[in-house]
Design a protein around this ligand. Structure first.
Ligand code: SAH
Length: 226
């Protein structure tokens, strides 16, 4: 299935907001660390509901904020959640970022990078559009060390890339980005979901099921453009 078909369906049934609620638990900590200065141009790749761009505009006074998403329905929803004139949402693909060289101060992406058809090329695209000293904050919950995330691929029709922490660092460097830091941010806010929402066959207890979020958390890799 195409990214468009898969995620248009998610946006239409409200999963954009569901993801925002869950991802915010760890995203807010990573967003707070971004060295965004007043007036900076910021891009959110695979923006979903677009919460990250709105947060960077509200909390760091980012200048121009773009959210890019391959799903027109996601971009449309994101647009409907704000009236801010400096925040805009565009439909586009990670393969070919619609920005000129050296024009973006900082790039953010949460739970989206691993859907890239050609992740190495996407990193080159990010390096191309970033200004010198610009950063790429890449947050993922689907990665090799997070063993409980491995099954996600079975539930989604878009092919996903599952790198280890080390492979993220190596790929960033290969694309010409310095690796400034890598960290994992545990989710201390995750709550035990309703019985109907999550079957427990694979878990001893519902507590054990959510403990994985606290244990593995979100892998954050930060790249800096030379
Ligand atoms: N960042 C949001 C959404 C994560 S879901 C959040 O934290 O909640 C992943 C998003 O990436 C989806 O909205 C999907 O449409 C988008 N996406 C996946 N592959 C893409 C691609 N190749 N190009 C552009 N957007 C893509």
């Amino acid at each position: 299935m195409s990214v468009r078909a898969e995620f248009d369906a998610w946006a239409t049934d409200g999963r954009d907001k569901g993801m925002e609620d869950r991802h915010w638990h760890t995203a807010k900590h990573a967003l707070a660390r971004m060295p965004v200065e007043s007036g900076d141009t910021v891009l959110d790749l695979g923006c979903g509901s677009g919460y990250a761009g709105r947060a960077l505009s509200d909390t760091k006074n980012a200048g121009r904020v773009y959210g890019l998403d391959g799903s027109p329905a996601m971009a449309k929803n994101a647009r409907s959640y704000t009236d801010a004139p400096n925040v805009g949402y565009v439909v586009g693909d990670f393969d070919d970022l619609p920005f000129a060289d050296d024009t973006v101060d900082h790039v953010w992406s949460m739970e989206a990078f691993y859907y890239a058809t050609d992740p190495e090329h996407t990193l080159e695209e990010i390096e191309r559009i970033l200004r010198p000293g610009g950063t790429f904050y890449c947050a993922v919950n689907y990665y090799e060390e997070n063993v409980h995330s491995h099954e996600w691929q079975e539930r989604i029709d878009v092919e996903m890339t599952r790198w280890s922490a080390e492979e993220y660092r190596a790929a960033f460097r290969e694309a010409g980005l310095y690796v400034a830091e890598q960290d994992s941010i545990p989710d201390h806010e995750i709550e035990i979901p309703a019985v109907e929402a999550f079957p427990t066959e694979d878990w001893e207890s519902r507590e054990a099921m959510v403990e994985r979020y606290r244990t593995y958390g979100t892998l954050l890799t930060v790249g800096v453009a030379p």
